[in-house]
Design a protein around this ligand. Structure first.
Ligand SMILES: Cc1cc2nc3c(=O)[nH]c(=O)nc-3n(C[C@H](O)[C@H](O)[C@H](O)COP(=O)(O)O)c2cc1C
Length: 267
């Protein structure tokens, strides 16, 4: 056998191996995609339950969600919640995805630059929010929130209590901030520090803020303040903007006001 023949054989075998491997990888990627999407969706549901302080361990997460959580579709423009009959044609809350909706020409809209403190450019026209109901009363309202940190867009939920002001929990189910720095948004201790904080002051003004550094608990304003993440000023600023955007007129402000008018809440 000449050296040319040998080289040819090596190339054929190498190409064959490459072809087989690429087919295997492509098949695995395609067949796993559905499962990955399902797991992602399950993780989102888990985060909704965690934000609302509902159990997620040793339970069927989807069952807890079905039994204790009511999904409500909100028109962010006028703050009205829609009954299923009022859903715009083609809107399905079960398949609703923030990113897709925001990017869509039908379901999303541009955020005017001067209002875009969360640096995402676009937002959905309608949002699915989640209510935990007990004895016919909304005991917790769980609102999806998102916005830019340093490296990534953070996606999460904030839960408000019955008075639509007391924070009951916060979680982030997707972000790309640095572990140990901006990634400390996942730190259970830091997340727990949000509980009991008041989003709104007695005069109704939005007062919740994520500050740089540690909250001085002796100050009267401390009830509205959250510790910033140390060494992560930029993620901290992003979190502060996320809260301010979503709890104001730009986000859920009109919806929260209409809920406050509709349901007699205690202060
Ligand atoms: C590898 C690397 C990763 C970083 N990740 C983050 C991050 O996730 N969030 C953040 O705010 N700052 C992060 N920083 C720091 C920022 O670059 C910047 O220095 C910091 O936000 C300033 O915060 P400070 O004023 O609290 O020091 C990172 C820096 C390096 C070198």
């Amino acid at each position: 056998m000449s050296s040319n023949d040998a080289t040819q054989k090596i190339l054929i075998v190498a190409l064959g191996v490459c072809l087989v491997c690429s087919v295997l990888v492509a098949t695995a990627a395609v067949s796993l995609r559905a499962r990955q999407e399902r797991n992602k969706e399950l993780d989102k549901v888990k985060n909704i339950l965690q934000a609302g302080d509902l159990p997620t361990r040793g339970v069927d997460v989807l069952e807890v969600f079905r039994e204790q959580v009511r999904t409500v579709v909100v028109d962010l423009e006028n703050g009205e919640s829609l009954t299923p009959e009022q859903y715009p044609k083609g809107f399905n809350p079960e398949t609703f995805q923030i990113k897709e909706a925001a990017d869509s020409r039908v379901w999303g809209r541009a955020i005017p630059a001067e209002k875009d403190i969360i640096h995402v450019q676009r937002m959905p026209r309608y949002m699915t929010v989640y209510e935990i109901i007990h004895d016919g009363r909304i005991v917790k309202l769980i609102l999806p929130i998102y916005g830019k940190g340093l490296w990534s867009t953070l996606y999460g939920f904030i839960a408000l209590g019955e008075n639509l002001s007391t924070v009951k929990g916060i979680t982030f189910y997707e972000h790309g901030e640095t572990p140990g720095l901006g990634g400390e948004v996942d730190n259970p201790g830091w997340k727990a520090s949000w509980k009991g904080k008041e989003a709104f002051a007695a005069d109704g003004r939005l007062a919740l803020e994520v500050i740089k550094g540690k909250v001085d608990t002796r100050e009267p304003g401390a009830v509205h303040q959250i510790d910033g993440l140390s060494g992560s000023t930029l993620t901290t600023r992003g979190l502060d903007a996320i809260i301010k955007f979503w709890l104001s007129e730009a986000g859920y402000g009109r919806f929260l006001n209409s809920l406050k008018e509709r349901v007699p809440h205690e202060g």
